[in-house]
Design a protein around this ligand. Structure first.
Ligand SMILES: C[S@@+](CC[C@H](N)C(=O)[O-])C[C@H]1O[C@@H](n2cnc3c(N)ncnc32)[C@H](O)[C@@H]1O
Length: 248
């Protein structure tokens, strides 16, 4: 990731490079022991935990905001039988998510739409659950995204969110801005829980270590390596967090 807040064009290129690089996904899949189509930096137990904390009714509606290539939301929808709407501001990511959703879910159960973290364009109060994996730090400020998430959820709807928070003043500025214990109640959420996940953190460290050690043969692998070096440089300053909350 770049130091400035990356825009949709930056992520379009990021995803286009990824789409052309089975090698990148293979590095991540090996480190996390997950199928390559998931290939974020969350390990398998995190996906199980997200699924269980969302408490989705069968035939409910799950939103995956900043869904990227859609892997985690599609996996949750696959296991729960819920309908899925994914939102991201990268059109390239949405094309990849649509293709994966078509392969993994029954016809008509998933839809992927352009929108931002703070303005999804979706109707208020319609979702039974909302997940946001490793992206709320891109909203300026993160509280604006949390307010949008709260708007989208029906009463009693569940939020499950993964991110990083700063452990000290050396964390990148975008991460310094994330404070979920402060901001989730400020956005109107109830029953807020923010847990640290050292085991997810260790899985992520394996991804960066494998990436840095790999042969940097294409743009996506080289980008993963740059991200890995930057992440390992500041790793001690980051806490891996998993937050859940309920809409009133
Ligand atoms: C680290 S990726 C995580 C993607 C996905 N949640 C996953 O875990 O595979 C961050 C995602 O946030 C999206 N993103 C960043 N800023 C955004 C914004 N302001 N509005 C919507 N999406 C955004 C990017 O396009 C990218 O897909």
């Amino acid at each position: 990731m770049t130091a400035a807040r990356p825009d949709a064009g930056y992520f379009d290129q990021w995803y286009a490079d990824m789409a052309a690089s089975p090698a990148r996904d293979a590095i991540i899949a090996r480190a996390l022991r997950l199928p390559p189509e998931l290939a974020g930096v969350l390990p398998e137990p995190a996906v199980t935990e997200l699924t269980s904390e969302l408490r989705l009714p069968r035939d409910g509606l799950l939103l995956d905001v900043a869904c990227g290539r859609g892997g985690y939301g599609i996996e949750v929808a696959h296991h729960t039988g819920t309908r899925l709407v994914g939102v991201d501001f990268s059109a390239v990511a949405l094309e990849l998510a649509t293709a994966l959703g078509t392969r993994r879910l029954p016809a008509g159960r998933a839809e992927f739409r352009l929108g931002t973290l703070v303005a999804t364009g979706l109707p208020a109060g319609a979702a039974d659950g909302l997940m946001c994996v490793d992206a709320v730090q891109f909203a300026d400020p993160p509280l604006a995204a949390l307010a949008e998430f709260r708007r989208l959820l029906a009463p009693g709807g569940r939020l499950a969110l993964t991110c990083w928070e700063a452990a000290d003043g050396q964390a990148p500025p975008r991460i310094q801005a994330v404070d979920l214990r402060r901001d989730l109640p400020a956005a109107g959420f109830l029953d807020v829980r923010v847990h640290e996940r050292p085991d997810w953190r260790e899985a992520e460290r394996r991804v960066w270590q494998e990436a840095v050690a790999a042969d940097g043969s294409d743009p996506a692998v080289r980008s993963l390596q740059d991200e890995g070096r930057r992440s390992l440089d500041t790793f001690a300053s980051l806490r891996r967090v998993f937050a859940t909350a309920t809409a009133p």
